[in-house]
Design a protein. Structure first.
Lengths: 162, 276
């Protein structure tokens, strides 16, 4: 038989025990919801019927290192002026790195034309050229295959990126 | 035994000494993270129209905070952590201040919210549920509810990622995803990692060991007999991962929970053996 707590030791009163159980049950449900959203995000299950709920389960989505990432993305930039081009050192320009590298090299950034245009506009503003050329090289981590280049575009600096 | 007595038994106070090292470790991990964030504040204002994150609810679309407020919040992060580390009456307000300041920085500067931040958030809520505002906890017994919260979310964390690996991703069964991570120039790139990645049998074995640990954790951590073994395995896992992958403060943040999730009886025995 489980021993009762000794007198004088703190133990939650009855109402607090009920509240604690309810809180833990709600947490468990939230974590289960996170698992469902992870399945959807990884493409293993259809998106939830009410798509707007998905971001709210972000904190309970634990899929770490689950997807294959055979390549590393290296974003390249050239500032063009007067028929000449000069390379831009993006890592010096945007020094903040997360564990997985620079934010502008992530697929969700490079696949978003609006964000890429904003990157080009920011480079124009600080670099003073006529246009900026952006691309991403997907370099295989395992030796063998050559890198694959994806053009992100050539952006005129005078144009309004928005 | 009546239901009431059974419920009291389940809620019986347990040795609380693990909460103090958990509080210290968490404060230390977040102080290290805070020094990185200070540099990031300056970067955010150099390019205020351009954020690279894509966090929850489009919070990361724009820089919203004025610089003075951002630096104030950056300072509040360290004030809060100092209170948490100091303990006593300063611990809980310090932790709350840290949480609010971090929320303000991440939402207001459009910073990316990733696994380290979400795990730090779960740890912080767990610490709030524990007796972190008390001193001399090695001589006290307290409610187990805070520990249950840690067991719950950590079981979900390990179980979820382990189950997704084994059930959905063949690259975890042949070791190729681990090799890719070890060879990533940002995440990996260590000499030791490159040597491991060069031996497919080793990456396969380490991948299977990872999955075994992650799937075993929720099954074994709740029982007094098996808890110390799975906690020791987790300690080895995180130290090993941190030595070959650049995960920032993720490892030390997760490990800050380990003094709490170690079964209180085992933790008390360990404490008494160390004191002898």
């Amino acid at each position: 038989m489980a021993a009762l707590p000794a007198p004088g030791r703190r133990n939650p009163p009855g109402w607090a025990q009920g509240a604690a159980v309810a809180f833990l049950a709600a947490t468990a449900l939230y974590l289960l919801g996170g698992y469902r959203m992870s399945l959807a995000e990884l493409g293993y299950a259809p998106a939830p019927a009410v798509g707007a709920v998905q971001p709210w389960f972000w904190a309970a989505q634990f899929h770490m290192f689950n997807e294959p990432r055979p390549t590393v993305a290296k974003v390249g930039a050239e500032m063009e002026a007067g028929g000449r081009s000069a390379p831009v050192d993006l890592e010096a320009f945007y020094p903040t790195l997360r564990e997985e590298g620079p934010g502008y090299a992530r697929r969700r950034f490079t696949s978003d034309p609006q964000r890429v245009a904003r990157l080009a506009a920011d480079l124009c503003r600080h670099g003073g050229g006529e246009s900026v050329h952006l691309w991403v090289d997907r370099v295989p981590k395992l030796a063998g295959a050559p890198p694959v280049r994806e053009e992100l575009g050539r952006f005129a600096c005078a144009a309004d990126p928005s | 035994m009546s239901r009431g007595r059974a419920a009291l038994g389940a809620f019986a106070p347990s040795w609380a000494g693990g909460w103090t090292p958990a509080r210290w470790l968490f404060a230390a991990a977040q102080a290290i993270e805070g020094t990185r964030q200070v540099r990031q504040i300056a970067d955010s204002f150099r390019h205020p129209e351009l954020n690279f994150g894509s966090g929850i609810l489009h919070l990361s679309d724009r820089v919203l905070l004025p610089p003075a407020l951002a630096w104030l919040l950056g300072g509040a992060v360290f004030v809060g952590l100092a209170g948490l580390g100091w303990g006593g009456r300063a611990a809980r307000p310090g932790l709350l201040l840290w949480m609010l300041a971090e929320l303000g920085l991440f939402a207001g500067l459009g910073w990316e919210l990733n696994a380290p931040e979400r795990i730090a958030g779960w740890c912080a809520v767990g610490l709030l549920l524990g007796p972190i505002g008390e001193r001399d906890l090695t001589a006290r017994r307290r409610s187990p509810v805070g520990r249950w919260f840690f067991l719950l979310w950590m079981s979900a964390m390990y179980g979820m990622t382990g189950w997704l690996k084994v059930s959905r991703e063949p690259g975890w069964l042949d070791g190729s995803i681990l090799a890719q991570a070890l060879l990533d120039p940002y995440l990996g790139g260590t000499d030791l990692g490159a040597r491991i990645a060069a031996v497919p049998a080793l990456t396969t074995a380490l991948s299977l060991a990872t999955i075994t640990f992650e799937l075993s954790f929720p099954l074994l951590v709740g029982f007094a007999a098996t808890n110390p073994a799975i906690v020791a395995a987790g300690l080895c896992f995180h130290v090993g991962v941190s030595s070959v992958l650049n995960l920032g403060t993720l490892g030390i943040t997760v490990l800050s929970a380990y003094p709490v999730i170690l079964h209180p009886d085992a933790a008390e025995r360990l404490w008494r053996a160390w004191r002898r």
